[in-house]
Design a protein around this ligand. Structure first.
Ligand SMILES: Cc1cc2nc3c(=O)[nH]c(=O)nc-3n(C[C@H](O)[C@H](O)[C@H](O)COP(=O)(O)OP(=O)(O)OC[C@H]3O[C@@H](n4cnc5c(N)ncnc54)[C@H](O)[C@@H]3O)c2cc1C
Length: 207
């Protein structure tokens, strides 16, 4: 059973919660609002899967591969304006949608929470554009990604490097139809701080 003794040994990727066959792991906020797994001892069957998929416990060895770097700027001015940097994400996502694929990214829910969700048309990519400087909730999206991949769909999964490491660990094998986009990310701010910011904005009638 996964137990977080030292918070430095958890990146909050949600792979453990996603893989648990008994659904006994919940991602809960700590005092500062960051998400960590909490396991229910009573329903845990000690299968150990949560530890198997933990990217911090089982660090994957670096595999040497050819790397290429590109400087990219989206040609569409509106896309460029709505993106944080050059809009490479939208261009890559379009490539996937054009092949009948689906795209997962961090967008706002109706109550302004930042959650991972799916898009299957070009217009919906808009919700993922622009950096939301807060830890996004993965929810069931790793499981849904696996389902799409097994059905043979082309899947683009975007997020922080920690979230993608979590996805790779959760999937436990490479898929040719998986495309990933991770943002350059030094760290994720806390959802609690973000909620306090929203409350302050509401008080001043700014939203
Ligand atoms: C939490 C966070 C930390 C960052 N830290 C740095 C940094 O240290 N240095 C730096 O130079 N840039 C940082 N960035 C900026 C980031 O690298 C740029 O936003 C990105 O390169 C923009 O590329 P784009 O214009 O193609 O995408 P955009 O269209 O601007 O962004 C869309 C992509 O960002 C993803 N995304 C947005 N918010 C989140 C989130 N909360 N969690 C996971 N994925 C998200 C979407 O899923 C989508 O893939 C950070 C961004 C985030 C979200």
């Amino acid at each position: 059973m996964i137990t977080i003794k030292d918070k430095c040994s958890c990146c909050g990727c949600s792979a453990c919660a996603s893989v648990c066959p008994k659904h006994c792991i919940t991602m809960c906020e700590d005092d500062e609002g960051f998400l960590y797994p909490a396991a229910d001892e009573n329903t845990c069957i000690e299968c150990g899967l949560c530890e198997v998929v933990c990217p911090v416990i089982h660090v994957q060895p670096d595999v040497e591969k050819e790397q290429r770097a590109y400087l990219v700027q989206h040609k569409n001015e509106q896309v460029l304006r709505e993106s944080t940097s050059g809009g490479a994400f939208t261009a890559i996502a379009r490539w996937v949608l054009d092949r009948g694929g689906v795209v997962c990214g961090a967008g706002f829910s109706t109550d302004f929470e930042v959650v991972h969700q799916w898009a299957n048309c070009y217009e919906d990519l808009r919700m993922f554009r622009n950096s939301k400087y807060v830890q996004s909730r993965i929810g069931n999206t790793y499981k849904e990604a696996k389902q799409f991949l097994m059905e043979g769909k082309c899947v683009l999964f975007s997020g922080t490097p920690c979230q993608l490491e979590g996805l790779f660990s959760f999937l436990r094998k490479p898929y040719e139809n998986l495309v990933t986009v991770d943002v350059v990310c030094h760290a994720c701010p806390s959802p609690l701080v973000y909620r306090k910011y929203l409350e302050a904005q509401k008080k001043e009638n700014r939203i």
